[in-house]
Ligand binder design. Structure first.
Ligand code: NDP
Length: 457
């Protein structure tokens, strides 16, 4: 039974306690929002160039703490050191990108008879960000930094399992000279602090990343207050491999094993053209056997543990012991380990082929031709990411138009760049983060018409 007043952060590779932190109550959330309302007024009144200068200083401070942040992410989330360094760098780079955006958040002048018509982008006020445990640092950054750059204050609730890097980022913001209470991090439970943030009338918008189930509840609660919401939810992304593709690159197992598969963009449905199915199976078997699973703090490790015992149980429920599968290896306990796995006889309508497993588990599904590949790729309630592998340019373009997903890559498995938009179709979410429009998502557009007609003569 968890203590309602306290969060215990475990190292998922050792099951040792890393830290305990107080859990925010509903009253704590209300007090934080009140402080944020005051901080936001002063922040929004600053010249954009002054906001940009402070955010660039924040980026410099994050840069000098990259290694500390990365090692904290390894301890609280079990990420490999290489990934965690990328994540700290991603937070720094997004700060710099958003700082530039603050200086370029331009309105328009629209021709109108009888006067001048101008539009302004005004900050929304206080933004509530609810982050998950799978990428604690980048997802905290994506929801928060463009919002700050656009002149808002942020109250962020990290996941109960992973509050430490977000708390450290808030400390670094103060070191960099950002105003007090502008960027507050409130660790707490979703059903207490998370709900309080969603329901608070002075929180102008919610950015939520997590499961589709919780996202649906967040959206319903926001609807009661007609509060805008950005949702980044689950995924069940296809990796479509045609027979003419570079099979070794296409079947890179880290397309579904990165972050131990706890990645909403993981390509967990490996769709392979029938004529190369045997070759694909052999390549995947070799690749899984070669994956180095173990201590995430070791530079040589390629895959760490799952986040928790609960998550391991969930992942196990998709992989019966007797299921035909290709399997790599994983250490014995302590730690929440699970071996890299590809289920080879799952049906397209089976549970593991349809639900987000959020572990190092993919399903291998054959297809006959282009039409069949598109049909299978779209046969899911999700639509976040996907890869298309072929040397035929026309086919690559046709398939990328036909697949209903927000972030596709052709002959690549890349999904996330801070300068391009990120978000899902269908039940993968609502709205976009990152990219050139990231700041406008945290503003209201105001239109003002100024009459140039003189007084009647
Ligand atoms: P949740 O969606 O429940 O949690 C995400 C965040 O929402 C956490 O900060 C959580 O807090 C908070 N939260 C939980 N309930 C509420 C609520 N009622 N109101 C407001 N905030 C709330 O995900 P889980 O951690 O339970 O993970 C379950 C599954 O969800 C995973 O196995 C995976 O399939 C999927 N998932 C997908 C993610 C993605 O990026 N698409 C990210 C994380 C999970 P708390 O930590 O206290 O629960």
């Amino acid at each position: 039974m968890s203590d309602p007043n306290e969060l215990t952060v475990l190292n998922p590779a050792t099951e040792e306690i890393v830290a305990t932190v107080p859990a925010a109550s509903e009253e704590d959330v209300a007090a934080a929002v009140a402080r944020a309302v005051r901080a936001q007024r002063t922040w929004a009144a600053l010249a954009p160039a002054d906001r940009a200068r402070l955010l660039r200083r924040f980026a410099d401070v994050v840069d000098t703490h990259t290694e500390e942040l990365a090692r904290l992410e390894v301890r609280e989330a079990g990420h490999t050191l290489g990934n965690a360094r990328w994540e700290a760098g991603n937070a720094r780079d997004l700060l710099l990108y958003a700082a530039g955006g603050a200086e370029r958040l331009l309105g328009r002048q629209i021709p109108a008879p009888g006067g001048w018509d101008v539009t302004f982008h005004e900050p929304l006020g206080v933004i509530g960000v609810i982050a998950p445990w799978n990428f604690p640092m980048p997802i905290a950054a994506w929801g928060s930094f463009p919002a700050l750059a656009a002149g808002n204050a942020v109250v962020l609730k990290p996941a109960e399992a992973t509050p430490l890097t977000a708390l450290r980022l808030a400390g670094l913001a103060l070191e960099a000279g950002l105003p007090e209470h502008l960027f507050q991090v409130l660790p707490g439970y979703g059903t207490t602090a998370g709900r309080a943030l969603v329901d608070h009338p002075d929180v102008a918008k919610i950015v939520f990343t997590g499961s589709t189930r919780t996202g649906r509840e967040v959206m319903e609660r926001c609807a009661r207050l007609v509060k805008p919401v950005t949702l980044e939810l689950g995924g069940k992304s296809p990796n479509i491999v045609f027979a003419d593709a570079d099979l070794t690159a296409a079947l890179d197992p880290f397309s579904f094993l990165d972050n131990c598969g706890q990645d909403c963009c993981a390509r967990t449905r490996v769709l392979v053209q029938e004529s190369v199915l045997d070759e694909a199976r052999a390549l995947l078997a070799d690749a899984l056997a070669a994956v180095v699973v173990g201590d995430p703090a070791d530079e040589k490790t390629q895959m760490g543990p799952l986040i928790s015992a609960r998550q391991r149980e969930r992942v196990r429920s998709y992989v019966p012991d007797d299921a035909p599968a290709l399997r790599g290896s994983a250490p014995d306990g302590p730690g929440f380990w699970f071996p890299p796995t590809v289920l080879t006889a799952e049906r397209p309508d089976g549970r593991a082929a349809r639900e987000e497993v959020f572990g190092p588990v993919a399903v291998l599904l054959p297809f006959t031709d282009e039409q069949d590949a598109v049909r299978l790729a779209n046969d899911t309630p999700y639509g976040l990411s996907g890869s298309i592998w072929t040397r035929d340019l026309g086919r690559a373009l046709r398939v990328s138009q036909a697949v209903r997903a927000g972030n596709l890559s052709v002959n690549s498995h890349s999904s996330v760049r801070y300068w391009t938009p990120f978000g899902g179709f269908k039940q993968s979410g609502l709205g976009r983060e990152l990219g050139p429009d990231a700041l406008t998502a945290f503003t209201e557009t105001k239109n003002v018409f100024i009459s140039t007609e003189g007084p009647a003569q």
